[in-house]
Ligand binder design. Structure first.
Ligand code: KIV
Ligand code: ZN
Length: 522
């Protein structure tokens, strides 16, 4: 079996997309998901782009043991030095450097001649190679580059020691047949091509990223760069779940080819990423959209009841959606609960299990049946619960709302054992609650970018999941809340986001004060 390596760039290209930024804890959570999925390479970030990115790449490099960890770098010494500093403690570190090779990029962005680009590729690849044997070179905008020039670039990179040659379709311009042809041409024409691995990195501007990646595989590529849920700049990158399941579902076409991915982790990974960044997955998105396995029309339902294979080419179980619904309720013990968690693919520590079990028992008092979706939501919220130290917590709230009076909400928050209570009017109970919280917390000026509420399962007593995003100074602060009461879920999410905003303001003020003191002392 020929293995197609899965190079996941959710934490770099995915995170680069507007509204998709994550903090260190969130990135680590995604990295753990990727390790469980058994991806081959995690591109953990672009180390030189910010101190935060550097910290997350180096933390992930230390924590992740089962995957190669890469950092992106432009083809400059400074970038490569920084990328190496960040990944050097990884079990298998990789430096991924790139330089554009298309006429438009060379002339207008780089202001370099083709000759200078050739020299830079060779020099910088060799420079990276001094640090580590695992070096990937990407020819940015390769699909709009002159084919003969691209061959020369690839030859120089191979000569200088690159072990992986990545061919990006940076602007999502190519087609599957073109990508197949380009990769097989490079493998056939470039001296030394048989000694390296070819990779494809496709963007989805024309909706063909997955198809183009598969075209690349047909041409001989043995690494696919992709993201969970297809996140990424503009229309996104190749979606990992789609490209992996396409190869798995058509062994007749992809004979002798496979990935190492544990597909039963796909649903969980998709939900975790969605839950962390709040970027919605379209209902009809292949594989992980909510409707991906729903059959609505009578003809389809009839067919599926007679034989699933009539309209289903893959099963929900294959991507880890458990269909075994043993009902758990208030009489279920910890042991049954733990077994259910294991069936769902979770291996929690003793403490995590205890907290989840307590939440589960609370939920059983409010809800007749607790479904797998509810249990997964509980675990998800526990995993990403990033309470700010000494932040505000909800003590209680009371609302009065009707369709003929202005809504009022009284909120009592706790902070370091002190209670703060206030009341406010609002345009509906949630607005009133947020206004009351604002009166207590007094958050700095910010914009309210996102308020999303979703039901975790079906039924009147379903859990409501709320996701809120605020932003200030170009930074995004998210909060999540989970409760059978949507006002409570909204309050919890809003307090979470305000706490993060407040902690950031505090850090910024401390840093400014320290800088002032330093200047005075100097
Ligand atoms: O799209 C692109 O060209 C990239 C490279 C930096 C690999 O993301
Ligand atoms: Zn890209």
């Amino acid at each position: 079996m020929s293995i197609i390596k899965i190079f996941d760039t959710t934490l770099r290209d995915g995170e680069q997309a507007p509204g998709c930024s994550m903090n260190l804890k969130e990135k680590l959570e995604v990295a753990r998901c990727l390790e469980r999925l058994r991806v081959d390479v995690i591109e953990a970030g672009f180390a030189i782009s910010s101190p935060g990115d550097f910290e997350s790449v180096s933390t992930i490099a230390r924590e992740v043991k089962e995957c190669t960890v890469a950092s992106l770098a432009r083809a400059t010494e400074k970038d490569i030095d920084c990328a190496w500093e960040a990944v050097k403690h990884a079990a298998d570190p990789r430096i991924h450097l790139f330089l554009a090779t298309s006429p438009v990029h060379m002339q207008y962005k780089l202001r370099m001649s083709p000759q200078q680009v050739l020299e830079q590729v060779e020099y910088m690849t060799a420079y990276a190679k001094k640090y580590v044997s695992n070096v990937e070179f990407s020819a940015e905008d390769a699909t709009r580059s002159d084919a003969d020039f691209l061959c020369k670039v690839v030859e120089r990179a191979i000569r200088a020691g690159a072990t992986v040659i990545n061919i990006p379709d940076t602007v999502g311009y190519t087609t599957p047949a073109e990508m197949q042809h380009l990769i097989s041409m490079l493998i056939g024409c470039v001296p030394g091509a048989d000694k390296v691995e070819f990779s494809v990195h496709c963007h989805n501007d024309l909706g063909m990223a997955v198809a183009n990646s598969l075209g690349g595989v047909m041409g001989g590529a043995r690494q696919i760069e992709c993201t969970i849920n297809g996140l990424g700049e503009r229309a996104g990158n190749t979606s990992m779940e789609e490209v992996v399941m396409a190869m798995r579902t058509r062994p007749d076409l992809y004979a002798g080819i496979g990935t190492r991915i544990d597909t039963t982790q796909i649903s969980r990974a998709s939900k975790t990423v969605y839950n962390l960044i709040g970027q919605p997955v379209p209902l009809n998105k292949p594989i992980v959209g909510r409707n991906a396995f729903l059959h609505e029309s009578g003809i389809h339902q009839h067919g599926v009841l007679a034989n699933k294979k009539t309209y289903e080419i893959l099963t929900p179980e294959a991507i880890g959606i458990a269909t075994n619904n043993i009902v758990l309720g208030k009489h279920s013990g910890k042991h049954a609960f733990e077994e259910r968690l294991q069936d769902l693919g979770y291996n929690l520590s003793k403490e995590e299990l205890q907290s989840c079990f307590e939440e589960f028992k609370d939920l059983c008092d409010k809800k007749k049946t607790v479904t797998d979706a509810d249990i997964m939501a509980i675990v998800r919220h526990l995993a990403v619960a990033d309470e700010v130290e000494n932040g505000y917590a909800l003590d209680w709230f009371a609302v009065h709302a009707s369709n003929f009076t202005t809504a009022t909400c009284t909120v009592c928050l706790l902070k370091e054992d002190v209670k703060y209570e206030d009341v406010s009017l609002g345009d509906g109970p949630i607005d009133a609650a947020f206004n009351a919280i604002d009166r207590i917390i007094k958050p700095v000026e910010h914009s309210f970018d996102l308020y999303r509420i979703e039901s975790v399962s079906s039924g009147k007593d379903t859990l409501g999941e709320v996701h809120i995003k605020l932003s200030a100074n170009g930074r995004s602060f998210s909060g999540r809340g989970l409760s059978t009461d949507i006002i409570e879920a909204s309050i919890l999410a809003y307090i979470g986001a305000c706490n993060k905003l407040g902690a950031w303001v505090e850090r910024r003020e401390k840093a400014a004060l320290a800088a002032k003191t330093e200047t005075k002392e100097a």
